[in-house]
Each structure stands twice: as C-alpha cells, then as structure tokens.
Design a protein around this ligand. Structure first.
Ligand code: LMR
Length: 399
C-alpha cells in the first residue's frame, strides 16, 4: 500500500500554475501604477468624496471601548461570538427573528459564510446542482468547485441594456430538480447592480417553492441599496415561504471593517431539531476549516449593536454611505443616456457595456482600473474624479 502511494507521489514542484484571483490582482496592478491621476474602481470598498475608506467614527469608538473593557482573549468556540449573532438577527431576519428554526453563527466574512454554506449543502446532498446567474461574484464559482458541487450557469443580465434577463432566470429555475440549490444575491447585485424588483422576488420565491429548490442567499451589502429593511426584502420573503433557507451575510461593508472579516451564516430548516443537527454539521466544518472566526471586528460590531446610542450613530453613518453611492450613481447616469441604467441600479457595482480590450485601453490611456468584465465600483470614485471617469467611458463607448 505504502509503495503504491509513493509510486503516485508528486512533489510540490509538480503543481500546475494557478490564475491569480482577478480582483485581488487588480488591487496590486493599480497599487503599482505610478500615475498620480489613476482611478481605482476595481475592488469593492466604499470611498468617501475625497477617495478615502475611513474607519466609521462609531467603529473607532467601539474599538476604544473594546480595548478598555476586554479582559480576555480566551477561545470562544466555533460559533464565535454568540451575542454578535443574536444582535444581528433582527437586522437581517426582521419579523423572522424569533423563529427558533433559524440559527446563525459568526464566520470570517461573507466569504467564510458562503464556503460553510456550500460545505453544508454538499454534506446534505452531494448530487445537488447549484444554479448560478451569470455574471456573478468571481469567487462564487471557485467556492462551489471547492466542495465539488456541479454548477449550472444561466444568463442573468443583458449587458447592453442594463437589465435582468428575468425570463431566462425563471426558465433556468423551472428546469432545476428538487434539491438543487438556487444561489441568489440578496441585494446590491455583485457585479451588475441589477436587483430583482419586489414582484420579481415574488415570482422567484414561487418557482423555488414549486420546484423544491434550496435557496442560498448571499447578502453582503445590506443597507447599501435602499435601506436595511428594504434590502432584506428577498431574504424575508424567502423565509416566509420556504422551510429550508440558507443565508450568507457580511458586515464587512455596512460596518466598513473589510479586512477584519466579519460575517455570519444562517440556516433555516422545517424544525428546531433539524436545524440543531444542521448546525452541528456547520460547527464541525468550521472547526475543520478555521476552528473559530477572528474576534476583533465582530466584538466591535457587538458593542455597537448592544448600545442604543452607538447603533443610532451607525445607522446615520450607514445612511451617509448609501446616500453617497446613490448620488454618484445619479451623477454618472445623467451624463449620457447610454449610462442612464446606472441610476436605476443599487449598491457599489455596475457593469459597463465595454469589451475587455476597451477596459484595458482605459487602463493604459486613462489609468482607470476596473475589472476586465467592465464591472466598476461606483464609489471607487472621489468627487473630483467622476467627470473625468465619465468622459473617458463615454469616449470608449463612442469609439
Ligand atoms: C468585491 O467583489 O470587490 C469584493 O467582494 C471584494 C472581494 O473579496 O472580492
């Protein structure tokens, strides 16, 4: 047996090359560009009018309180900070907050929540196929691949017109088998900004129920679109209608704690005991992958949400971020009728109808860094960069 294993053994030097993650590679490319006028609309981080990604004032205060009051850094366990998850419940689940068939735990960001969600789904049904509307967040496909679930892509977005291909989406969901997974964006669709309307959510929920699909909702930008409750409309509608729902949530953006990795995973099944069993699987997988999530960011979010005055201040700072996103959208949208769709979309991203060659040309000639797909971060732009960016994009569309 040992000899056979050794006969197959390969060395690290035999590993094949890997294409680096496109969004992370873009950060490095932009950082390396010496041109002072460069515009970074690549990776999704909020920037203010002068182009900074400040730590929220309320977060600074919570971190100071944490520094003074924290008396131990002893292990918390795979669930992380349980009170953090309890405090998030009403914000995410709204009227479902008291449903004891729904359980949640802290994860390392929304990405950790997604990985854990797919681990759980693969454990429950390794034959499940995952229906993915494209384009999607570039890290979705690799995460699905990592748990060896089959992915079925359908076309979600009509790039030229800036609209959702809703009929194609419904056809795809209708053709799925019971037990298949529908991966859905809760709000502020990444990369297109094209969110389902309330009527479209109703139709999606109807088909998910009719086909017996398991919905997995990725909600990483709650509060960046229309408001905390409005952005959770689809999540809550799905919870109204389905016994089994999984939600991957992130605080990284709405608390502006990106690198601290603050997220949560939520699981609903038809009974409290089935949820407890599912969560036991979740804790075990978390233990295998990261043992327990990093504490600092979640501990600071916990302090904010536990305190009425800090919570109120967080809502004001969140509203200011949302208002900036929406005002930059309106400014770009009003510059040219071909960009008007940007004013009807939500969240940090929209996707321009540009080819990869056009995107690369904007990078070379105007030092504008956006994803090869044409996705750009609306609030990557400082106020003084908006006109130059818009003019360059219009020039590319005219060419
Ligand atoms: C993005 O899409 O830019 C963000 O979600 C950052 C990331 O991790 O890709």
């Amino acid at each position: 047996m040992l000899t056979q294993t050794h006969a197959r053994a390969k060395r690290l030097a035999d590993l094949p090359p890997v294409n680096s993650d496109s969004l992370l590679a873009l950060i490095a490319l932009c950082d390396a560009d010496p041109r002072p006028e460069k515009i970074d609309v690549g990776v999704g981080v909020f920037r203010d009018a002068v182009g900074n990604t400040p730590i929220l004032k309320v977060m600074k205060e919570a971190e100071q309180r944490l520094l003074v009051t924290q008396v131990t850094k002893a292990y918390l366990g795979s669930a992380g900070d349980k009170r953090f998850a309890e405090l998030l419940r009403p914000i995410l689940l709204g009227p479902h907050a008291d449903d004891d068939r729904i359980a949640g735990l802290q994860t390392p960001g929304g990405c950790g929540a997604l990985r854990l969600a797919f681990e759980l789904l693969a454990a429950a049904n390794p034959n499940a196929r995952v229906l993915v509307g494209t384009p999607t967040w570039p890290n979705h496909p690799p995460i699905i691949r990592s748990v060896r679930l089959e992915r079925v892509d359908y076309s979600y977005y009509e790039r030229g017109q800036g609209i959702i291909r809703f009929d194609a989406m419904i056809d795809a969901l209708n053709s799925a088998e019971p037990g298949d997974v529908a991966l859905l964006h809760g709000c502020c669709h990444n990369p297109t900004g094209a969110d389902l309307s309330e009527d479209q959510w109703r139709e999606v929920v109807r088909v998910v129920v009719e086909r017996g699909l398991t919905p997995l909702i990725d909600i990483a930008y709650q509060g960046f679109g229309r408001g905390l409750d409005e952005d959770a409309f689809g999540v809550r509608l799905m919870l109204d209608a389905c016994d089994e729902v999984i939600i991957a949530q992130s605080c990284d953006k709405n608390f502006s704690v990106y690198r601290d990795r603050v997220g949560s995973l939520w699981v609903k099944t038809g009974s409290k005991s089935a949820t407890e069993t599912a969560m036991a699987h979740v804790y075990q997988r978390a233990r295998e992958m990261w043992s327990m999530p990093p504490d600092h960011g979640a501990a600071a979010v916990h302090i904010i949400l536990e305190d009425a005055e800090l919570s109120a201040r967080w809502l004001v700072e969140l509203a200011a971020m949302r208002d900036r996103i929406n005002s930059v959208r309106q400014r770009i949208a009003s510059a040219d009728s071909r960009l008007s769709f940007i004013g009807r979309q939500f969240g940090m991203f929209s996707m321009l109808p540009l080819s990869k060659e056009q995107v690369l040309k904007l990078r070379e000639t105007h030092a504008i860094y956006m994803a090869d797909s044409g996705r750009f971060n609306v609030v990557g732009l400082g106020d003084d960069q908006i006109d130059r960016f818009t003019a360059a994009v219009i020039g590319a569309l005219d060419a």
